[in-house]
Write a protein that binds this ligand. Structure first.
Ligand code: CAO
Length: 439
């Protein structure tokens, strides 16, 4: 064991850099590379590591001291082989106890026990490990090492914490506040803050004018939580297309009298459901769910389509089962019944479970396109917008065709862009020529 002086190494072109935190006290045991103090210049926060392992004997700096290279930081009873100069003869090491490092200004608060001849002065700790410059390491936030350790222990990413200290420095209270916000978000079922995403600011809107606060419906709260969870967990891609349903519409119109006689409303949506079921057989990965561990794909052999229904209390997604095995009349009847039950609040748990892929149709309302959110843990969802007559170039002239806008959102972890595009193209081809259903 030998007493050694620890001085400030070369930290670049910084003079009189203020100490913003002293992390050691006499009696502390430190390992080599443990941070001793933190300096903060205009541009960077730097932690100064210990060049030795051992016990701190004296701390020779305090907060707000301005340091430059060579200034004494501390004295340490270093373990024999812990420092860069471990091979230095012990007599030389001993002298370190008595003299500050070469170049240390007299006015520094160094307590020496006896003076030593210049020849016995310890070598300048030129090999002291370089300080860690957090700014140059890419961290744009300022926080002391103890706060960093605190955050690391609790799994808090400081990039997501707003510092309230001087110059935006992150303090321990800020980390605690961030954790509190997340926990409150989880307790309330809010997915945004639960995912470690900074919450939206709380604003008192009444300061700008009259307001009224209304509770969200139970369905809105539940579907909101589910939508946020899906949005945050699933990397979405949405692919758009427009498909020619002129002949499909002619066919639908030709069936309408029969349907009306049977008391059935037959909308374009049931044809979309039928075509989807057919195409999902060809693209089984779209009729699947990613296993929770993300390692396997669970492919479902049944095709149950969830259909988003707009109800006075919010969005519900009842499931139409075995769509591939049902005809257009049966599907129309079932869709009518299930959307009626949804609007009357009569759905059961079974009606709402077991879906393998979802459809959201705004075709009866309007709009040219929208980006549906995948109904996780399903892999894909089809958005259907309002069909409209458009001039389409057939190679020699523009002809009026009824074009249906489609939007396919999918989980990009499961479906590649090419597969998504092929799925959409096949669906489009099937809707344009329903004879595809027989193939
Ligand atoms: N293009 C043009 N017209 C369409 C159409 C389309 N894509 N889809 C439906 N229509 C027509 C229908 O033919 C019907 O017209 P007629 O009364 O003249 O026959 C009219 O629009 C109304 O249809 P509908 O909406 O009652 O029936 P549907 O089978 O198309 O849809 C349902 C049923 C339950 C899906 C729908 O009522 C609904 O609730 N849609 C909203 C879903 C929703 O909110 N999605 C957003 C979820 S958030 O992402």
């Amino acid at each position: 064991m030998a007493i050694k002086s620890i001085t400030l190494p070369d930290i670049g072109n910084y003079d009189n850099t203020p100490v913003i935190e002293v992390l050691i006290s006499p009696g502390d045991r430190v390992e080599k590379e443990d941070s001793l103090i933190t300096l903060e210049s205009d541009k960077a926060t730097m932690e100064i590591p210990s060049p030795y392992a051992g016990e701190i004997k004296k701390v020779l700096v305090k907060v707000d001291d301005a340091l430059k290279q060579g200034d004494l930081i501390a004295e340490i009873e270093a373990e024999e082989d812990s420092g860069e100069d471990a091979a230095t003869p012990s007599s030389q090491n001993e002298s370190a106890k008595e003299e500050p490092a070469e170049g240390t200004p007299d006015e520094k608060p160094v307590e020496t026990e006896k003076s030593a001849p210049a020849a016995e002065k310890p070598a300048e700790p030129a090999q002291t490990p370089a300080p860690v410059n957090r700014q140059s390491a890419g961290a744009a936030f300022h926080a002391s090492p103890s706060v960093r350790v605190f955050a690391r222990k609790l799994g808090v990413d400081l990039a997501n914490v707003t510092g309230t200290g001087p110059k935006g420095r992150i303090r321990q209270e800020d980390v605690e506040g961030a954790i509190k916000t997340v926990m409150e978000g989880v307790a309330k079922g809010g997915a945004a803050s639960g995912a470690g995403i900074p919450p939206l600011p709380e604003i008192d809107f009444s300061q700008f004018g009259e307001i009224e606060e209304k509770p969200l419906s139970r369905i809105k709260k539940l579907s909101g939580k589910h939508l946020s969870t899906a949005w945050l967990n699933i990397p979405h891609v949405t692919q758009f297309d427009e498909t020619d349903i002129t002949e499909l519409e002619d066919f639908r119109k030709s069936l309408k009298p029969r349907a009306e006689k049977a008391g059935i409303k037959m909308t374009p949506l049931v044809f979309v459901l039928k075509a989807l079921a057919h195409v999902l057989r060809e693209f089984p990965h779209m009729n699947a769910s990613l296993a929770p561990d993300g390692e396997n794909l669970i492919v479902k052999k049944y095709i149950n389509l969830g259909v988003a229904v707009d109800t006075p209390n919010g969005l519900l997604v009842p499931v139409v089962r075995d769509v591939d095995q049902k005809g257009i009349f049966e599907l129309s009847e079932e869709l009518m019944a299930i959307s009626e039950r949804a609007r009357n609040g009569k759905l059961t748990g079974a009606d709402l479970s077991g879906g393998t892929f979802s459809v959201s149709s705004l075709g009866g309302i309007g709009g040219t396109q929208f980006t549906p959110i995948v109904n996780g843990p399903e892999v894909g969802i089809l958005g259907v917008s309002k069909a409209s007559m458009q001039p389409v170039w057939n190679g020699s002239e523009f002809v009026p065709r009824l074009m249906l806008p489609l939007a396919l959102s999918y989980d990009h972890r499961v479906i590649d862009g090419a597969e998504g595009a092929r799925f959409m193209t096949t669906l489009s081809r099937t809707l344009t020529d329903l004879r595809e259903l027989m193939l």
